[in-house]
Design a protein around this ligand. Structure first.
Ligand code: ADP
Length: 270
């Protein structure tokens, strides 16, 4: 994908202040950027910068204080069925008393489809994340990685235009994490899906992204949008070992370190 694809999401001047008066905490200020069809964009920034707040505001799970979000040119006024979200905590997003298949089928509850069709689609979604044969397993019978695959299958079954992921692999062991990164890339490429992913892992951001939105802190603003010119084909060994990968990682790390120092200096001045 490149930025000549049509714009899918337009994020304009998003600001968010929690609380009012002396308790007011301005977390986001004037966040503005576009995300294109089929683009993989990661959001990174110092811890506590407001990455989760930004995802919640831009998916309209939570209102922003100012600004607007357009999806395919139309203003988003609330959560949209065209946007699916995967959270970090799969243990809380899956229903422990439901099998993998039933957990995935939950996303189709409002569609009023025949039971056989729901079953077919759920099984297909599970197969697409490598879980064919695990349909009747309960979450507690599955590893963390498998549970997050179920959550991804549930997010994909509605065929969203945009997949939003909030630190989806943060609680997953390192080896499985690499597999899930590749699975996400494969799904994104094969469906030409737009993906926005929050991560605190800079290597993960560089590996996955077409572009990285680097946020500053106190309040969060868009510090820089880094173009990740590593080509469409990514490989856990060759991509991560390339010279360009190292350069991009150092650049993003430098930006985050800088914004951490600026944020610290601001707090000391108060
Ligand atoms: P990040 O995801 O970058 O770690 P968050 O968006 O979780 O950052 O949090 C950014 C800031 O907003 C923090 O100072 C946090 O305390 C504050 N915050 C987050 N959620 C709420 C909330 N629901 N009410 C009040 N303050 C919040």
């Amino acid at each position: 994908m490149n930025t000549s694809s049509p714009v899918r999401l337009t994020i304009s001047d998003l600001s968010k202040t929690y609380g009012t008066g002396s308790a007011a905490n301005e977390v986001l200020r004037g966040i503005t950027f576009d995300v294109h069809v089929g683009e993989f964009v990661c959001l990174v920034g110092p811890s506590g910068a407001g990455k989760t707040t930004l995802l919640r505001c831009l998916t309209r799970l939570m209102p922003s204080t100012t600004g607007q979000v357009l999806l395919d040119g139309e203003k988003l006024t609330g959560p949209s069925s065209k946007i699916s979200i995967v959270f970090q905590e799969y243990t809380r997003s899956l229903m422990p008393w439901m099998t993998a298949e039933k957990n995935v089928a939950l996303a189709l509850t409002n569609r009023k489809l025949p039971r056989t069709e729901v079953r077919r689609l759920s099984r297909e979604a599970l197969a697409s994340v490598g879980l064919a044969g695990s349909e009747t397993k309960y979450p507690w019978q599955m590893s963390g990685g498998m549970q997050q695959r179920v959550a991804i299958a549930r997010a994909l079954i509605t065929e969203p235009e945009v997949l939003v992921m909030d630190e989806p692999f943060a609680s997953i062991d390192a080896q499985t994490r690499l597999e899930l990164e590749d699975l996400t890339l494969e799904l994104q490429r094969s469906r030409n899906m737009t993906v926005m992913l929050v991560t605190h892992d800079i290597d993960e951001a560089v590996y996955l992204s077409d572009r990285i939105v680097v946020l500053s802190k106190n309040p969060a603003t868009v510090q820089e949008i880094v173009n990740v010119d590593l080509g469409a084909e990514r490989d856990q060994f060759t991509t991560r070992e390339s010279h360009r990968f190292g350069e991009l990682r150092s650049h993003v790390l430098g930006l985050i370190r800088h914004s951490q120092e600026v944020a610290k200096a601001k707090v000391q001045q108060l």
